[in-house]
Design a protein around this ligand. Structure first.
Ligand code: ARG
Length: 554
């Protein structure tokens, strides 16, 4: 709709201002009575060398098209009312949600990527839900998506963990509650290492043994890894998230010397106090550490190998890393080193950062053992959802299933409605709210629409009349924006654009529902049912993209 209006304006202006610029400056006025769209003429002023007020009144007087019912100048702006009759009919006949283009490109996306032997943190939850939504958006926009869980399963911390296990560990306890017990050992190690300095040395030497393929070290590591993965799997099942590969950091071990060789051959490796680094002075970045003094490789080295492996294996057109903002420098360094290595595809790699989850205004730290356990949070929201159902709809058949969908939906939406890069204050209370700007509110609106459709005697689509009253119009205008919203959410890698749009649709639809007798038998019944049907399809499609289920009854 916006594009079409832009094209009409573009055609009536005889200059070389391009169409995109016009579409960009078209805005939806704050007060609806001004019109459906408003064009600011400031951008035109410098081209026409006339003042914007003059241009606005000229444009309002000249522009004519059946798509526009009125164009009025208001100072430097032109306000447009669009033809409800035409747009409404077109919109109601349209098949929503729109078709997915043929998939011709590949997108690799690295998200979630928790560290084994540590609880799944709230930060990893953010990466998981944001990454999952971006992956779905990519699919919708024509990409074949490869979902990668780059598990943190290598690094000096595993030396520390083995050292801790050898000192204080208990096999039974690890078998029973792997993550809890391993995490307890990890926290204890850090506490004790503050006073017992030889502990750190012990940890380092266990990691060295691990890197050298020592059997005992490897066996323990494998056990910790598998037990942790099984624990994470529970969370993924609850969230409905799947991956194509769990190739974690350790997977790249055999490829690291190859990376070092290339760097050496290209003359990029510098020796600095016994360690090997790639200097990134010219990029205004700290040097990228490739090998430590003791020969141990690092997180960055493994990311360099992983990037090469992904390019070779998946032939991606773009490759995303959904990882917290605190790793921005790391990704800048990795991408800069790839550029130096001559990988032209370095520009297809993007770090997609997100803000922190704060507790009482402070960052949460796993080191000190202060974590909010995701399992508990999910359990609580599900039981709150269940209690809610018992009050509102005790007859509901599949209560357990719906409670899960609602509880999990509340958590996911609570995250995704925030701009990706904003920090979020963790608040269980907010997550347990089911009204206002929440996932359950969107789910509930969808179920309300489904119930209307069930009560109706079906859609007989031959007779589509235009719906032109204000409250239908507010809904229709939003529905035609869906495709634009999806494209923009993907373009900016920000699911919040979609989440906020869904809230708008719900608000418009609920006020429509309050004002209009939807099921009344008269000429426009079919059109009203088509409108409800479109709302339901879009809400369901949008929620699915966000990773949230849309039950038909709640
Ligand atoms: N495991 C890392 C962490 O928890 C995140 C890994 C992100 N992916 C990557 N390719 N570096 O901090």
């Amino acid at each position: 709709m916006k594009k079409k209006l832009g094209a009409i304006i573009h055609a009536s202006l005889d200059n070389d201002l391009n169409l995109e610029t016009i579409v960009d400056i078209l805005e939806i006025p704050k007060a609806r009575q001004f019109g459906d769209y408003s064009l600011s003429c400031f951008a035109l002023a410098s081209i026409y060398k006339k003042n914007p007020i003059h241009i606005a009144s000229w444009l309002a007087a000249t522009i004519k098209d059946e798509f526009i019912t009125s164009a009025t100048a208001a100072g430097p702006y032109v306000n447009f009312h669009l033809n409800r009759e035409i747009i409404s009919k077109e919109c109601l006949k349209m098949k929503v949600p729109y078709l997915i283009p043929e998939k011709s490109k590949v997108m690799a996306i690295d998200f979630s990527s928790p560290n084994i032997a540590k609880p799944f943190s709230m930060g990893h939850l953010r990466s998981t839900v944001i990454g999952h939504a971006i992956a779905n958006l990519g699919e919708k926009c024509g990409y074949n998506v490869v979902r990668i869980n780059h598990i943190g399963d290598w690094g000096t911390q595993f030396g520390k963990l083995i050292a801790a296990y050898k000192r204080w560990g208990n096999e039974q306890a690890v078998m029973k509650h792997p993550i809890q017990e391993l995490f307890r050992l990890y926290v204890k190690f850090h506490k004790e290492a503050d006073v017992l300095s030889e502990l750190n040395e012990e940890g380092r030497s266990w990691f060295k043994r691990l890197e050298d393929g020592d059997l005992e070290a490897l066996k323990l590591w494998k056990w910790f890894r598998e037990a942790s993965l099984a624990d994470f799997q529970r969370v993924y099942e609850l969230l409905g998230v799947q991956f194509d590969t769990y190739n974690g950091e350790a997977f790249y071990n055999s490829q690291l010397s190859g990376i070092c060789e290339i760097l050496e051959k290209k003359g990029l490796l510098e020796h600095s106090e016994g360690a090997k680094v790639v200097s990134l002075d010219k990029d205004n970045l700290p040097p990228c550490l490739i090998r430590k003094r003791d020969g141990a490789t690092l997180y960055a080295t493994r990311d360099l190998a992983a990037a090469h492996y992904r390019k070779e294996t998946y032939q991606f057109d773009k490759s995303l890393y959904v990882v917290g903002m605190e790793q921005s420098i790391h990704f800048k360094q990795v991408f800069a080193v790839l550029k130096k290595m001559g990988c032209s595809w370095h520009q297809d790699l993007h770090h997609i950062p997100f803000g922190f989850i704060l507790k009482d205004g402070k960052k949460m730290s796993t080191r000190k053992g202060k974590v909010v356990l995701l399992d508990e949070v999910i359990k609580e929201t599900i039981s709150a959802a269940k209690a809610n159902i018992e009050v509102k709809n005790p007859q509901l058949e599949n209560k357990e299933e719906v409670a899960r969908a609602v509880g999990v939906g509340a958590i996911i939406f609570h995250d995704l409605k925030n701009d990706r890069t904003n920090n979020i204050e963790f608040s269980l209370g907010e997550m347990l709210k089911f009204e206002g700007e929440t996932g359950p509110y969107v789910q509930y609106t969808h179920a309300r629409g489904c119930s209307l459709l069930r009560k109706s005697s079906g859609i007989k689509s031959e007779n589509v009349m235009a719906l032109t009253d204000d409250s239908s119009w507010e809904v229709l205008k939003l529905l035609v924006q869906y495709e634009e919203v999806i494209l923009s959410a993907f373009d900016k890698y920000d699911p919040s654009i979609l989440a906020k749009y869904l809230l708008q649709v719900c608000r418009a639809f609920n006020s429509y529902y309050a004002k209009v007798k939807i099921l009344e038998e008269n000429q426009s019944l079919t059109s009203r049912l088509l409108l409800v049907h479109s709302v339901c399809s879009i809400l369901k499609d949008g929620l699915t993209i966000l990773g949230i289920q849309a039950p038909e009854k709640m």
